[in-house]
Write a protein that binds this ligand. Structure first.
Ligand SMILES: [Zn+2]
Length: 352
């Protein structure tokens, strides 16, 4: 079992004083990697900048022009949440290119699984708009490379960031080759991700699966959603490779997320994903970093994920659990079982 990572100090050049999405996030992960003892077991892949053609497979030329122009002026705000520095165009190309490098290594069998430790995040960036701290949609750009250049006919993207992955959903909403599954807090930024958004009814019916969850959902609720909703959908869809938008801002300590997952709760989700990849995809799974803004929770969750990818136990949970009762999620699960096209096809009747 070979596990690859991509990480690069040049991502630090995209940072903005006082913003929660800052260079310290990856710097802390880099330090945690060094003290974890895992580095000798991990294959670090060389990275390259994505080409403009690779970005244009997903994004409009107008959107790319806007980021490049703002960077050439020395930087500024794309919107109230999303900044560009003088270096952000180059860093954005590197984050997308690093994610491509990881999925190529998986597709070519140079590693079994991988984790792209990249910034800025990507899952809010739509085909036409940078938003929500995201300049380019790293995971969507990498997924398009897999579909266009490798013999991949079906892939699934699971997004467990606390925010809905609206950009990834938009980009693949009419593409029946990509199953997009998102768990997210509702109501929360960006406000999309309702259960009735299930893919274009003519071209991609059932290949979008949204699980909006009430505030305070924690380890038990998320585990249940993965076992009873995401898992059956993925088994029905039969992807050849699994990609994961791994945001860790559903941790209970996150300053901008209202959920209650612990590090060990994330580890349970990751273990499900690894097991499904083993069963359906010959072990092929790639994680891509999205959010996660409590540095201690972020680093512990990334290390736990890498340990599981290497076949180890998840290690300690230094922050522990939040001891609060979880909200009831029966209704959302029943709604999905009875109304989502893929789950109806799966014949999943159990409402345990
Ligand atoms: Zn997020």
């Amino acid at each position: 079992m070979t596990t690859a990572i991509v990480i690069d100090q040049r991502f630090d050049l995209h940072t903005w004083h006082g913003h929660v999405e800052h260079a310290g996030r990856l710097q802390a992960i880099q330090r945690a990697l060094q003290t974890s003892g895992l580095l000798p077991s991990l294959m670090q892949l060389p990275i390259r900048a994505a080409t403009e053609a690779e970005l244009l497979a997903v994004h409009s030329s107008h959107m790319l022009h806007r980021v490049r122009q703002l960077a050439s002026y020395g930087g500024g705000q794309i919107d109230s949440d999303t900044y560009v520095t003088a270096d952000s165009w180059d860093v954005g190309l590197l984050a997308a290119g690093a994610t491509i490098a990881m999925v190529e290594a998986i597709a070519e069998g140079r590693c079994h699984n991988g984790f792209a430790l990249v910034r800025p995040p990507g899952h809010h960036a739509t085909d036409v708009r940078s938003m929500g701290f995201c300049l380019f949609n790293n995971i969507a750009i990498a997924a398009r490379v897999l579909l266009d250049r490798y013999d991949i006919r079906r892939l699934a993207i699971v997004d467990f960031d606390v925010h809905h992955g609206n950009g990834t959903q938009d980009i693949f909403y009419r593409d029946g080759r990509v199953l997009f599954c998102s768990t997210h807090a509702s109501p929360l930024y960006p406000g999309t991700g309702a259960v009735y958004e299930t893919g274009d009814p003519h071209m991609a019916n059932g290949t979008t699966l949204n699980v909006p969850l009430p505030y305070g959902t924690g380890d038990e609720g998320y585990d249940r959603v993965f076992r009873q909703v995401i898992g059956p959908a993925i088994h029905q869809f039969q992807p050849e490779i699994l990609l994961v938008s791994a945001g860790f801002d559903a941790h209970w300590s996150d300053p901008i997320g209202p959920m209650a997952l612990s590090v060990h709760g994330f580890a349970r989700l990751v273990q499900h994903l690894l097991t499904w990849a083993q069963t359906l995809c010959n072990g092929r799974i790639g994680f891509v970093l999205e959010g996660g803004y409590n540095i201690a929770a972020l680093t512990a969750s990334v290390i736990a994920t890498l340990r599981l990818m290497l076949g180890m136990d998840p290690g300690p949970d230094p922050l522990g659990k939040m001891n609060a009762p979880e909200p009831n999620i029966d209704r959302i699960i029943t709604t999905l079982h009875t109304q989502h096209p893929l789950l109806i096809q799966a014949g999943y009747q159990g409402v345990a």
